[in-house]
Design a protein around this ligand. Sequence first.
Ligand SMILES: C[S@@+](CC[C@H](N)C(=O)[O-])C[C@H]1O[C@@H](n2cnc3c(N)ncnc32)[C@H](O)[C@@H]1O
Length: 539
Amino acid sequence: MRSEAELLGLALALGADTVGTLTARERALLARAAPVTQSRVREVREQLRAGEDPLGEALCALRTVSERRARGAVYTPRVIVEAMTAWAAERPAARIVDPGVGSGRFLLAAARAFPEAELVGIDTDPFACLLVRAGLAVHGAGSRARVVLGDFRRAALAPRGAPTLFLGNPPYVRHHALSASDKAWFVTTARAAGLRASALAGLHAHFFLATSCHARPGDFGAFVTAAEWLDVNYGALVRELFLERLGGGALFLVEPRARPFADADTTAVVACFCVGERPQTLRFGTVADGAELGRLAGGRAVARARFEASSRWTGLTRRAAARPAGHVELGELFAVHRGQVTGDNATWVEREVANLPERVRFPAVTRAKELFAAVPVLAELAGLRRVIDLPADLDVLSASERRRVEVFLRAARGRGVHLGFIAQHRKAWWSVGLHAPAPLLATYMARRPPAFVRNPRGARHLNIAHGLYPREPLDDAVLDAVARYLNTNASLSGGRTYSGGLTKFEPREMQRLLVPGLELLRDAAREQGRGAVARRAAR
Ligand SMILES: C[S@@+](CC[C@H](N)C(=O)[O-])C[C@H]1O[C@@H](n2cnc3c(N)ncnc32)[C@H](O)[C@@H]1O
């Protein structure tokens, strides 16, 4: 499709103006429609009948990614639409509501799967509303459909007395882009329902709340969204709604490598719910690749109590790893701490040798790649940048040191560094407060397993690395054995996966990695020592 006028011409030719009553905004849009050929109309009609979405695809292509993002308009791939519709079609529904209907991918699939049901599509985008009207006309479903140009949160959806199915992909718009009145609606509506809402919640959370207000016992639904609400703080409200008011029964996590959405690099989750039910076990499945996307089945049965007790749900998809004999959690042997945040690396991480006393310049790991390159031992400090860590009490400096430091701090103050959030929350804004050197350092965020690196020269580390601090003194050979074991055995499975397969290990998640207990580590260290002696003797 070359232009909006042409797309509008197609919608008109397919019968967009025959479905329901158009709003003034939709009529104004249709007034811009350009003529289209009959053969083109025939072709698009055939595609729509075959379950394709040529109109929606054309609309997406005519808009920039940022225009689509601002509306939260990432349309759902057919394979997910069909899988969710098939899941839903196992129960009867008198009405289907697609909140944020877009071009109608779900609503048209539901029109085919529920040939008698009333169809309601709601969207704030008048162009999308016209396309869904055209699709409904092609499907011969116009007379049982209602297309509402408006906000789902405020839609009038009178209870039907027979089950309503809520089916769709709520818009994902981050809270920064939501208006004050949107946020006020969220907080007051949640409060009225006896729930606490976070102002950090995105629009998809608003849709869950609105659904719980519209729905009645007996209604059911399936929503696909970005998966982050499963784990983040603002998601607490969505988790509670899902578990309690919506009667959540199954979750299917679509892993990033399955690439659920072509132009949004994200982990998705399909949440299935039956309002009024309270299952004692929920199904939690993972969809690892595109081929598995087609069916929402299987998954683990996870006790409701585990969902209630956990503030992060992604981990519930995993079976607790069987613990080999003699192994313990890393946290039994080490405390894991994230490195220090400077608040302004441009100031506190030296780009060149500063005219500052040597004793306030600390060689530090400031980039994860320094650790990846060093595995298994960070043998040299020479290649590292220095972090400036001044004492909170500057009086401990000599007069000449103090003069140099004052020059440096005056320049930093001139750039407003003292006003930064982190700086203001430190004991003294100029004192970064590096942690003590950790004998073992680890990366924690990458598309590969963490790298564990021995640190015998005592490099410090910033917050791109974790430091592993032994809970009791361990000799070097045992530390080497731990690093060797983790570098060979640690996988991505204990961390949390973000967009595009990036996996992150919070300190506590890293502490849960399994390692051989002290006895086994000492055996391994002795074994390694004997091997080294034998190799030297053989040379
Ligand atoms: C993620 S898209 C889903 C579109 C379609 N259901 C699909 O799955 O392909 C979300 C849709 O919600 C619409 N939307 C955004 N804010 C809305 C609101 N407050 N009320 C109703 N729809 C809204 C957007 O215009 C967009 O079409």
